[in-house]
Design a protein around this ligand. Structure first.
Ligand code: ADP
Ligand code: GLC
Length: 487
């Protein structure tokens, strides 16, 4: 089959979070299984394309005021995977993918509408796929357009759509006046289509119009059908439950593996953990904490700072955490509230706490390798990749049991020495602190701790299994489409 990915970020060309990791890795796993994959992403200012060339000079995208003309670039890919970049400098040649520190770009609706339309037009020349696999609200207009303005285009008769929700908290909500500017019909502004509490929701459009919906863990596929996690879309998802499934993200062990990682101070593996100590020293040095006692447990965070990630719980326990015999290193950026909270903490107890407000891939790798524990107290977490990387690096995850965190981490059981991490359910600072205490207690017993590390390191979350599940979904959708054409 030929599958076209439509997404707003992809490693190594652009990244703000786990979506980029998924778009960078899943196509390769599909290609390894014998499929042909095209990946469409925007070309941002920071995007570097090896062996760049222009494959289509001009794609016409109508807006109600005037036409816009985008180009399609390409470059080196992998066997079976072609990368295509939608190049429209007025929209994408900017610092940041979705906005600046003062907020989202005001023209995000236009930016990603142009992106989706350019993908459809480009694919008519470069090859219409059997399946458009679209991701998050930025790719959501593809299934909407195929069901509406492009419904009668014979080029797309055989093309099915699969839509993956990576995070239902980001919906692409815009005022209704956006519809004419995007040359979308007012007919779409109804409760069964794009209308969502008086606004236009790109995400809702995709949930209604796609042939099949997936999300990134089984647990999250159930959670988003409830009012607690559905962000108002739970009803739509319940209606489509027969066409909704959860497929756990895999991870790319070529990028995230302590045996081969090019960014870390020493290599190690399940049999020989020795290098990890050197990684811990290197990490502490990177945070200016070379004089810290390396026997103390080191708890780390690498994250976008957003309400989703549960850092308000850390705010609740800060005073008590400051008294513990632990070291904490934090890497992240985003919401000012959390940036300031972590900076305050570092100022208060600089000998134990260190914070770097940045996006830094090399440091993220050093942290995965050098820390003893990785903290993700998320309020909700569709899948979460960092905790899966942590497992491989023998860095024990402490997580809240929600979404993919719940699906990937098994609680440590002292009696039978099984389990890979520590989990808590109740969303309170007290529950978090209790769980940190539990972890610290096991840390003080080195044989148990090493067993726990090794349990995690031996887990396999490579893409192979999940890619197979996606292929089953593609086949199901493809079959429906070919049958529909025959009828
Ligand atoms: P999310 O996609 O919600 O941010 P995930 O756990 O799925 O959460 O993925 C996060 C990805 O982004 C991981 O690869 C992690 O290493 C990376 N990451 C997050 N914050 C930073 C940062 N400040 N610097 C470098 N990498 C980061
Ligand atoms: C989103 C989610 C995260 C998930 C990632 C990749 O950013 O917040 O949990 O791992 O997408 O699917």
């Amino acid at each position: 089959m030929h599958i076209a990915f439509v997404a707003s970020e992809c490693v190594p060309f652009s990244k703000t979070g786990g979506l980029a990791d998924v778009i960078g890795a899943l196509p390769r796993a599909l290609a390894a299984a014998g499929h042909e994959v095209s990946v469409y992403v925007p070309r941002y200012r920071l995007t570097r394309i090896p062996q760049e060339r222009t494959v289509l000079q001009s794609i016409t995208v109508p807006f109600d005021d005037r036409y816009r003309f985008a180009s399609i670039l390409s470059g080196a890919g992998y066997p079976g995977v072609h990368f295509y970049f939608v190049d429209y400098p007025p929209f994408f040649d900017r610092d940041g993918l979705y906005g600046t520190s003062s907020g989202d770009f005001p023209d995000n609706a236009e930016r990603f509408a142009l992106f989706c339309r350019a993908v459809l037009e480009a694919s008519k020349i470069l090859g219409v796929p059997d399946i458009f696999h679209c991701h998050d609200w930025q790719g959501a207009l593809v299934p909407v357009l195929l069901r509406t303005q492009y419904l009668e285009d014979p080029a797309f008769r055989g093309a099915g759509t699969v839509f993956t929700i990576h995070n239902i908290g980001y919906q692409g909500l815009f005022p209704p006046e956006i519809l004419p500017l995007l040359t979308l019909s007012w007919d779409l502004f109804t409760i069964t289509k794009l209308e969502f509490f008086g606004n236009v929701s790109f995400l809702k459009g995709a949930l209604v119009c796609s042939d099949f919906i997936t999300t990134v863990s089984r647990r999250y596929s159930q959670e988003i059908q409830t009012t607690e996690f559905g962000f108002g879309l739970e009803g739509v998802l319940k209606d489509r439950a027969q066409k909704l499934t959860g497929i756990l993200n895999g991870v790319d062990y070529e990028e995230w593996n302590p045996e081969t990682d090019r960014f870390i101070a020493a290599h190690y593996n399940n049999e020989d953990l020795n290098g990890k100590q050197q990684c811990k020293e290197d990490l502490l040095a990177s945070f200016g904490m070379s004089s810290a006692d390396t026997n103390l447990p080191l708890i780390a965070i690498v994250s976008r700072f957003a309400a989703q990630k549960g850092f308000d719980l850390i705010g609740q326990i800060i005073d008590r955490l400051a008294l513990e015999e632990v070291l904490i290193t934090v890497l992240g950026s985003g919401d000012k509230l959390y940036e300031e909270m972590f900076l305050r903490l570092a100022r208060r107890v600089p000998q134990k706490f260190a914070v770097r407000i940045a996006y830094d891939n090399v440091l993220a790798h050093k942290i995965e390798a050098g820390a003893d524990m990785f903290l993700m107290p998320s309020r909700y977490e569709p899948c979460g990749l960092s905790q899966i990387y942590s497992l491989k690096y023998g860095t024990v995850p402490i997580v809240r049991s929600t979404g993919g965190l719940d699906d990937t981490i098994d609680p440590w059981d002292m009696r039978n020495k099984k389990g890979t991490g520590f989990k808590f359910q109740e969303y309170t600072g007290d529950a978090l602190l209790r769980t940190i205490h539990q972890a610290l207690q096991v840390y003080r017993d080195p044989p148990s701790w090493q067993r726990l590390m090794r349990n995690g390191m031996s887990k396999d979350f490579s893409w192979k299994v999940s890619a197979r599940e996606y292929i089953r979904v593609y086949e199901r959708v493809h079959q429906q489409h070919t049958q529909a054409i025959l009828v």
